[in-house]
Design a protein around this ligand. Structure first.
Ligand code: ADP
Ligand code: 5GP
Length: 188
């Protein structure tokens, strides 16, 4: 059995997790694709829930074994990737997979799965608002924050290649838009 792929991509801090968490609560038959990463867990994150946390060595070993559908060294020594086994697990249980993934990874999945995938870009209202949100989220130190803000400038340029763009200004409006897109896509 093959399900669909609902992909959310955006610069860090644009609101992907918030939107994905909301959709997961709606009982649309969506299961979160748990990526593997070599970054350190943040406070409150659990192995096997937000991510499969593995070492950079283990990550590189899995790359060699061709265990990933796609992977990126999103930041130096910080790898992120989608495991074949994860998507297979979700489809086997009869669900569709929902992704919170970086912009290049999102495009790669879309290229690979075509019409089975819907790729949505979450756009922050401005660079200044993105910085405010990242700061108030409080999960990144200054160096990590600057790394994310720097990367955001190039990521924004990919927006027009996605199937849909949602500007996350009012959260309520963004959630409603995401819900509508998801329902239409899954009903197709
Ligand atoms: P991402 O997953 O893209 O990195 P998050 O979902 O963690 O982003 O959102 C970053 C921060 O911004 C979080 O603290 C979140 O609660 C907040 N946030 C998300 N959307 C909005 C919004 N529309 N207005 C204000 N704050 C928001
Ligand atoms: P964070 O460290 O904030 O959890 O994630 C950093 C970035 O990596 C985010 O843009 C997130 O969406 C992205 N990311 C998470 N999982 C994957 C994945 O499996 N593949 C790719 N390419 N990026 C991912």
């Amino acid at each position: 059995m093959k399900g669909k792929l609902l992909i959310f991509s955006a610069p860090s801090g644009a609101g992907k997790s918030t939107i994905v968490q909301h959709l997961m609560k709606l009982k649309l038959g969506l299961a979160f694709s748990i990526s593997a990463t070599s970054r350190i867990p943040r406070e409150g994150e659990q192995d096997g829930r937000e991510y499969h946390f593995i070492t950079p060595e283990e990550f590189r070993r899995k790359i060699k074994e061709e265990a990933f559908i796609e992977w990126e060294e999103v930041y130096p020594e910080q790898y992120y990737g989608t495991l074949y086994s994860e998507v297979e697990r979700i489809w086997k249980q009869g669900d569709h997979a929902i992704f919170d993934i970086d912009v290049v990874g999102g495009m790669n999945l879309k290229k690979k799965f075509g019409d089975m995938a819907c790729a949505i870009f979450i756009q922050p209202p401005s660079h200044e608002v993105l910085e405010q949100r990242l700061r108030s989220r409080g999960t990144d130190d200054e160096a990590s924050l600057q790394k994310r803000l720097g990367k955001a400038l190039t990521e924004i340029e990919y927006a027009s290649r996605f199937d849909h763009i949602i500007v996350n200004d009012s959260l309520e409006t963004a959630l409603a838009e995401a819900e509508k897109i998801a329902k239409n896509f899954l009903a197709r």
